[in-house]
Design a protein around this ligand. Structure first.
Ligand code: COA
Length: 354
């Protein structure tokens, strides 16, 4: 068991509260017309009191476990990709591990918006080398708490949410077939939170100057994104022995509709092969791809045998891409609940990690 790592469970959670473009018109000097035409975004979800990165993560993870027919104790590894954790430490993954009743190693990692695909590539190593049988990978962000709602250039773009997958060891050819990860740290100031770390701790002054919030040089990031989305996707496809024409569905990072369109054009993909849901969520950073994957599955656009291409870019700068051959039966939670006894799954074999 274990030459391949397949996605066997998936789940998502977004806060109930919605912030529309009309709401933002009342907060900053912007317009629905500007936001829609420049970004494709119409609304985004934001947390309310009582919600946080860990609560969204736990809800998404529970759905993923249910679809995989697993319980928390069956997990051998938990990775949470986020730049907006509950605390500096302990990690959000620690909190998720406890809430799920898991008894395994758990850690956060961050590669900004590329974090989810980075984390998938790490979990994949644990699975294929036999150290883990089931790994939970979560991409989650609560950017509403680190966004400057006085800065119209950034506050219209981002939203909160979580997406999760279970990667499981499998003998069936498929799952993660190829990936690439990349980094260029030459210009961190293109997209960052300048203060609050060891280099420039938060002070009254940094807070007054609003340097504790996300800052971005949008046009520079835009140029980088339109180039890297296509090249990173092509690299991951080549690693899988494939080309763009072999993809059945392209699930790109949801940062800006114009960036997605430019990447799709470069890859020569017709629009029916491209998944877009940015209008509802904005850019949820590390959560964007797993949320998009869940919605693509719900819409019947993912099926056993389908080849999915996923690519992300973000602060760092970072980028990552992955090619997945889908192998799992498509299970809706409703169907699962109706046929619970039949879905009972053999207890997982104990796996010794380390
Ligand atoms: N509402 C109205 N006007 C706005 C605005 C807003 N929310 N935000 C910026 N503007 C203004 C700017 O001030 C500028 O005005 P000026 O010409 O008078 O100076 C004008 O709109 C054009 O700004 P510009 O930056 O050239 O717009 P753009 O077409 O590049 O779009 C972004 C801006 C941010 C949407 C775009 O650059 C982008 O998406 N960049 C990538 C960001 C990204 O993906 N980040 C996340 C990475 S994971």
């Amino acid at each position: 068991m274990g030459h391949y790592s397949a996605i066997t469970g998936w789940g998502m959670n977004v806060p109930e509260k919605i912030l529309t473009n009309a709401d933002l018109e009342r907060i900053v000097d912007t317009s629905d017309e500007w936001i829609t035409s420049r970004t494709g975004i119409k609304e985004r979800h934001v947390i309310s009191p009582g919600e946080s990165t860990s609560t969204l993560s736990i809800a998404a993870a529970r759905q993923a476990l249910e679809r995989a027919g697993l319980e928390g104790k069956d997990l051998d590894l938990i990775i949470v990709a986020t730049v907006s954790p509950d605390y500096r430490f302990p990690s959000t993954a620690n909190l998720v591990q406890h809430a799920l009743g898991a008894q395994c190693g758990a850690f956060d990692m961050q590669a900004a918006c590329s974090g989810f695909l980075y984390a998938v590539s790490v979990a994949h190593q644990f699975i294929v080398n036999g150290t883990a049988k089931h790994a939970l990978v979560i991409g989650v962000e609560v950017l509403s708490q680190v966004i400057d709602y006085k800065d119209r250039a950034t506050c219209v773009l981002f939203g909160d949410g979580a997406g999760a997958v279970i990667l499981s060891a499998s003998d069936e050819p498929g799952g993660l077939l190829g990936f690439t990860i990349g980094s260029d740290g030459a210009r961190p100031e293109l997209l960052w939170i300048p203060t609050g770390g060891s280099k420039e701790p938060a002070t009254e002054e940094t807070i007054r100057e609003r340097r504790n919030f996300v800052q971005m040089q949008g046009a520079e990031v835009f140029k980088f994104a339109t180039r890297i989305m296509g090249t990173a996707m092509e690299e991951a496809l080549a690693n899988a022995g494939m080309t763009a024409a072999d993809m059945d569905l392209f699930i790109p990072h949801q940062a800006n509709l114009r960036i997605i369109e430019a990447a799709s054009k470069r890859l020569n993909l017709p629009s029916e092969k491209v998944f877009v849901n940015i209008e509802k969520y904005g850019n949820t950073s590390a959560a964007a791809i797993p949320i998009a994957l869940c919605e693509a599955i719900d819409q019947g656009r993912v099926y056993p045998g389908a080849h999915l291409g996923m690519v992300a870019f973000g602060g760092g700068l970072t980028w990552a891409a992955a090619v997945v051959k889908w192998t799992a039966p498509i299970r809706t939670l409703e169907r699962l609940q109706e046929s619970l006894p039949e879905q009972a799954v053999e207890p997982a074999q104990p796996v010794h990690v380390g």
